[in-house]
Structure formats: structure tokens, C-alpha cells
Design a protein around this ligand. Structure first.
Ligand code: SF4
Ligand code: SF4
Ligand code: SF4
Length: 318
């Protein structure tokens, strides 16, 4: 298990498609305090967990990120870092000791200020030269996107892995996202993007759920060969928020009253969240065609992102 910690509710960007959209705050910023962070790591150690993921908001914006990195290193815990790359370059040194995997989410260059863009470029170059391996991430949220900057980045930074995803609904669906039906029309874009990345020598992967029926068998074979990590059921993850509140993925069920504590550890949280999510996975049909679908009956496909099932469920119960 690799629990994810949302170090802060602040982000120095405001991407319209952000799945953390309903969690972020510029006025009422909440962040893990050091005592909570120590407790989190103690619980991890007790349960034999050696890897955790830092998320936010933008985790590097935590007001005491240097202390957080030092504590992490003292505990011997490895970090999977999710970042937008806009952070003080001096952080690369402490990160090198603890970050075992890093995903840098990139947006179109026109959406950055000149100073942000030059900082992202500088950090990518510095990470490459200092041996911090990283993947880049691209989120598609427009029907006719211009992703030439991703292809350029693959060449410029010799990127081997690109995470590619489609905008999914945030907790309350207030971000810019695609609907369940949109996924069917986006297939061509996805296949083309993966083929272009391959041509440049990079693997593009889709590590988040798609509806199985979007792709025919020939396309599935192509995606397998491309090592695209296509999935039709998502794995439950444990997210821990400031105040040690437990939640699941940004797009999935919302939990308000569970907290990490002496008598409720990560494994308890995972079991609890899995039960909640399984209810959404197998008892709520995202679309009418899912009701009698063999892929769903055989638990091969959960009906796309749980975010879509959740929104449907919310509308039904209103
Ligand atoms: S997608 Fe990432 S960088 Fe963009 S607003 Fe959300 S947390 Fe910030
Ligand atoms: S469960 Fe729904 S989304 Fe999945 S394959 Fe069947 S019809 Fe398609
Ligand atoms: S609910 Fe599942 S499919 Fe949707 S974004 Fe979260 S992990 Fe991915």
C-alpha cells in the first residue's frame, strides 16, 4: 500500500481541469502540521509502509517543505512526488534523498507566466542532470488540444514515460471535465497521442480507468503492446488530508468523518474505502448500457471513472 498525503490545500496554479478543484483553497489554506506529519509516518512505520505519495494542491508549496523532507528522510520513507514543477530549485537536493518517483504535470506553455515557465524548464533540466528520474503528465481537457509542447518535452528532456489522462469530475463535478459519453469520442485522440509518443521513443500510459467498451479488441492489443497500463477497474487508494482526515481519490466517494488514529490505521482505512467504493463500482450503473453488460457482470469493467457513477448517483438521490 502507498497512502497519499495531501500536504496542503494550496496550489500555485489554477488548472480548469484540476480534479482537486473542490479541495483547493487560496483563502483558507490548510496544511499538515509537523505533529500530524510525524504521526502519519509513525503509523506508516507501524504498518510496514515504506512509500507514500505527496499530493496537494501543490505539495512543494507547503510552508515547511524543507522540514517535511528532512523528517521523511529521517524515517527512511520514499516519496512519490506529484508536482507541477513550479518550486524553488534548491529543493531538488533534499528531494534527491527521498523521491523515488516523480510525476511533473505540464500544461500548455501559454498558460504560464514567463517566470513560471522558466522555473519549470530549469527544474526539469536540473532534475535530469541530478539523476531524479521523472515522468511527465498531460491532461486532456479540450476536444482539439495542442499537445506539441509534450512532444517537444519528450525530446528535450529525453522523457521515457508520459502519463496521459482525460479530465475527470472532481468531488462535486465543478471542474472542467469530460462526461462518460465524451470518452467514446476521445478514443482517436488517445490512440494518436500514444502512437506519437512511441514514435519519439516514449511510453504513454493511461493509469486511470476507461470504459472497456470504448476500445475494440484490435485497439486493446495495440494498447497492450504500447504498455499503456489501460485499466477498467481502479484500485482504491487512501488519501490523508490535513487534520488526519481520510478520503479517497479526488473524483471518488467523499468521506467526512473518518480519521487516521491509534485504532484506525491505513489498512482499516483501505478496507473501509474499498467497501464504500465497491458499492459505487458494482451497484451503480454509470450508464443504461452498463446495466446488462457482461464486462460489468464479470467485474472486468466498473463502468468508467467512479466520478461519473458518483455524479449519477447524486442526481438520482436528489
Ligand atoms: S492540476 Fe495540479 S497544478 Fe493544476 S491546479 Fe490542480 S493541483 Fe494545481
Ligand atoms: S460496464 Fe459499462 S462502460 Fe463498462 S464495458 Fe460495460 S457498458 Fe461499457
Ligand atoms: S475514481 Fe478511479 S478512475 Fe476515477 S480518477 Fe479516481 S482512481 Fe481514476
Amino acid at each position: 500500500m502507498r497512502p497519499r498525503i495531501r500536504l496542503t490545500t494550496y496550489c500555485n496554479r489554477a488548472c480548469a481541469y484540476c480534479s482537486a478543484y473542490d479541495f483547493l483553497s487560496k483563502d483558507n489554506i490548510q496544511e499538515f502540521n509537523l505533529e500530524e506529519y510525524h504521526f502519519f509516518l509513525e503509523c506508516a512505520k507501524k504498518e510496514g509502509i515504506s512509500q507514500i505519495a505527496w499530493q496537494g494542491g501543490e505539495p512543494t508549496c507547503h510552508s515547511q517543505i524543507n522540514r517535511i523532507a528532512k523528517i521523511t528522510s529521517d524515517y527512511g520513507i520514499n516519496i512519490h512526488l506529484f508536482t507541477n514543477g513550479i518550486f524553488d530549485t534548491s529543493l531538488i537536493k533534499p528531494f534527491k534523498r527521498i523521491v523515488s518517483r516523480c510525476l511533473v504535470n505540464l500544461n500548455h506553455p501559454d498558460t504560464y507566466t514567463a517566470s513560471q515557465l522558466s522555473l519549470v524548464r530549469k527544474n526539469l533540466k536540473r532534475m535530469s542532470s541530478s539523476g531524479i528520474g521523472f515522468h511527465i503528465g498531460y491532461n486532456l481537457f479540450q476536444k482539439n488540444p495542442d499537445y506539441g509542447f509534450i512532444l517537444k518535452a519528450i525530446e528535450e528532456y529525453k522523457i521515457a514515460n508520459v502519463r496521459f489522462d482525460i479530465a475527470r469530475p472532481s468531488k462535486y463535478g465543478s471542474n472542467r471535465h469530460f462526461s462518460f459519453d465524451d470518452f467514446f469520442g476521445l478514443k482517436e485522440q488517445v490512440l494518436k497521442f500514444i502512437a506519437l509518443c512511441r514514435f519519439l521513443g516514449a511510453r504513454a500510459y493511461l493509469d486511470c480507468c476507461w470504459p472497456r467498451c470504448v476500445f475494440n479488441d484490435e485497439e486493446i492489443n495495440f494498447l497492450k503492446k504500447a504498455k499503456a497500463e489501460l485499466s477498467f477497474r481502479c484500485a482504491t487508494t487512501v488519501d490523508v488530508l490535513p487534520g488526519l482526515r481520510i478520503d479517497s481519490c479526488y473524483c471518488s466517494v467523499e468521506v467526512k468523518d473518518k480519521f487516521l488514529g491509534e485504532s484506525f490505521g491505513f489498512k482499516d482505512a483501505l478496507n473501509f474505502l474499498k467497501k464504500e467504493e465497491d458499492r459505487l463500482r458494482w451497484e451503480v450503473a454509470t450508464d443504461l448500457k452498463c446495466v446488462s453488460c457482461r464486462w460489468r457482470k464479470n467485474k472486468v469493467c466498473q463502468g468508467g471513472c467512479l466520478g461519473h457513477a458518483k455524479l449519477k448517483n447524486t442526481k438520482r438521490s436528489l
